[in-house]
Design a protein around this ligand. Structure first.
Ligand code: G3D
Ligand code: MG
Length: 162
């Protein structure tokens, strides 16, 4: 009986997270920062880059999805049952912020993600001349997003700051 209860608990406590963003934004580095901080548990990569982290008995299945242009059209195959989207932005890459914006709104409009909350990481804050989280927020017009909970956080994936 205990085993059944335990497996039920781990089932209800499991949350699917997708980590998206353009190539070179720092997605994989961020995923491994999470794994290093939450030393509790990792499971090996299944197919694409997926890892499980456990925080206070809550399991997060973290899908790190490739961001190259050729791969972005298949992002939607990962969407079902996703509760959290982590969008990683390279804060030094001003040129491609427009592309990120396009991809963000395409995701938010997707039926399978209508209940998902979005965390935007303004990554690479250690780089000289990078955009601040406020600048990125303004450019991405985050304040216009009313149908999804969202939050923007500046960070440096190399050090784990933020
Ligand atoms: P991706 O998975 O989104 O494609 P990666 O991105 O995690 O592979 O990171 C791409 C490059 O950016 C890596 O450099 C990585 O070290 C670097 N990077 C990630 N986060 C930061 C950060 O916060 N600050 C700085 N300065 N660099 C960062 P390499 O040289 O290994 O390609
Ligand atoms: Mg990667």
């Amino acid at each position: 009986m205990n085993a059944i209860i335990q497996s039920f608990e781990s089932w209800v406590n499991e949350h699917k997270v997708i980590i998206v963003g353009l190539d070179n934004a720092g997605k994989t580095t961020i995923l491994y920062q999470f794994l290093m901080n939450e030393v509790v548990h990792t499971s090996p990569t299944i197919g694409s880059n997926v890892e499980e982290i456990v925080v206070k008995n809550t399991h997060f299945l973290m899908w790190d999805i490739g961001g190259q242009e050729s791969l972005r059209s298949s992002w939607n195959t990962y969407y079902s049952n996703t509760e959290f989207i982590i969008l990683v932005v390279d804060s030094i890459d001003r040129e491609r912020l427009a592309v990120t914006k396009e991809e963000l709104y395409r995701m938010l409009a997707h039926e399978d993600l209508r209940k998902a909350a979005v965390l935007i990481f303004a990554n690479k804050q250690d780089m000289k001349g990078c955009m601040t989280a406020a600048e990125i927020s303004k450019y991405l017009t985050l304040s216009s997003i009313k149908d999804h909970p969202w939050h923007i956080q500046s960070c440096c994936a190399l050090t784990g700051e933020g």
